[in-house]
Design a protein around this ligand. Structure first.
Ligand SMILES: Cc1ncc(C[n+]2csc(CCOP(=O)(O)OP(=O)(O)O)c2C)c(N)n1
Ligand SMILES: [Mg+2]
Length: 400
């Protein structure tokens, strides 16, 4: 585990939009010391696409825009509130021993709802393991996301029912699946698109870089949606890249865009644009949603060991839900009663999730050996027999 201080990580950030990261890193000691005193902030970062400021002010961008009705804006807000409530409930359930593990999306609601709502039903999604709000947009029952985290199934939903693939723990591998799927879509002559979600840490994986090569040269209709939440467990993005991540796309021959990942409108606009490019046969796009993982990596992680409270506090001021609430209120698009009703609806979701999880049937112990290989395997047979003998060694013969 690397425990860099926030200040010590600052110098590389000042390399701006150019690829001069190595130059900056090779600066003199005095320069380094001066820079090290600066707090880590996004001020030195290259510009990103933003349509809604943290204060809730609607701003224009020359290349990207969305024109949404008040009802659509309220819909995006509702999505973010409901998924945050769901996520909070899942974290609580883990703390109560009802789930083995949970990977929270807290802080990343805008990136996921904005991009998720840009999709058409016939598009196909390849998520990582944190895309609970994208699942929500696809219509996957949120309680289905929890079976695997409770250890009662190996996935929890049929990927083809909602065009939302199973969660993928092996970092980056889903970008190859997405690329292959997208190449298939193109061969079928369909005009649907594919989107692959991955993190800043996963961007270092060979699989991700290979999928960039293949999708570029085969012009695959795929959007790579990288949620740069600043951390890969305890590793900061500075340990993944010397250039802003979106700039990597250029080297592979397709466009890259950095979007404010806490701005649901900007995420929607940029993802729509990238999906349309893909549909038109113009190939892949890399979207870097610049956001922040507000919670721990998973419930097994303790972020106080490697990052400072000030960093989290700075991002709290850019909260994706708060900024849309400010906008809705300022525009008179939603009144107090509407917000209260939503609060009650989200509480009801939390209660429902709790009840469903607690009632999930406990699988038969030996079932974990089923469906490993279509035609069986000698090693699995051996393991099954060994486990059966172990279970039988308990007094009641049922492992208890
Ligand atoms: C190939 C592979 N290597 C290592 C791991 C262990 N691992 C799980 S999550 C993680 C960090 C991922 O960070 P990032 O890609 O930024 O996604 P985030 O969790 O921040 O959403 C690591 C190293 C893994 N699951 N797969
Ligand atoms: Mg990350």
């Amino acid at each position: 585990m690397t425990v860099d201080s926030t200040a010590a990580r600052q110098p590389r950030r000042s390399s701006g939009t150019s690829t001069s990261g190595t130059k900056a890193a090779a600066g003199g000691a005095a320069k380094r010391a001066a820079r090290a005193k600066k707090p880590r902030s996004s001020d030195s970062e290259p510009p990103l696409v933003q349509l809604l400021t943290p204060e809730g002010e609607r701003v224009q961008h020359p290349d990207y825009d969305v024109d949404l009705t008040p009802e659509e804006l309220r819909g995006l807000y509702r999505d973010m509130v409901m998924t945050r409530r769901f996520d909070g409930e899942a974290t609580a359930l883990q703390r109560q021993g009802e789930l083995g593990l949970w990977a929270s999306l807290l802080g990343q609601e805008a990136a996921q709802i904005g991009s998720g709502r840009a999709l058409r039903d016939d598009d196909y999604v390849f998520p990582t393991y944190r895309e609970h709000a994208v699942a929500w947009c696809r219509g996957v029952d949120p309680t289905n996301l929890l079976g695997m985290f409770r250890g009662v199934n190996n996935g929890g939903w049929d990927p083809n029912s909602n065009n939302f693939h199973l969660y993928t723990i092996v970092l980056g591998s889903q970008t190859l699946h997405a690329t292959g799927y997208a190449m298939g879509v193109a061969k079928d002559g369909a005009d649907s698109a594919v989107i692959a979600y991955f993190g800043d840490g996963a961007s270092s994986q060979g699989d991700v870089n290979e999928s960039f090569v293949f999708s570029a040269v085969y012009n695959a209709p795929v959007v790579f949606f990288c949620q740069n939440n600043q951390w890969a467990i305890s590793e900061p993005t500075e340990k993944q890249t010397r250039v802003p991540l979106y700039q990597r796309a250029q080297g592979f021959g397709f466009p890259g865009v950095r979007v404010d990942g806490n701005d649901v409108l900007a995420c929607l606009a940029v993802t729509r644009w990238a999906l349309e490019r893909a549909r038109r046969g113009e190939g892949p796009t890399l979207i870097e949603a610049f956001t922040y993982r507000m919670a721990a990596h998973t419930t097994s992680d303790d972020p106080t060991r490697y990052r400072h409270d000030e960093e989290r506090a700075a991002w709290e001021a850019k909260d994706p839900i708060l900024r849309l609430r400010r906008h809705l209120e300022a525009q008179g698009h939603a009144d107090a009663a509407w917000f209260e009703e939503l609060e009650a609806e989200s509480e009801a979701l939390g209660k429902h999730v709790r009840e469903v999880v607690r009632a999930m049937p406990v699988p038969e112990h030996m079932a974990m050996f089923d469906n490993v290989y279509a035609d069986g395997h000698a090693l699995v047979d051996e393991e099954r027999a060994e486990f059966a003998a172990y279970q039988a060694s308990f007094a009641n013969g049922e492992g208890e």
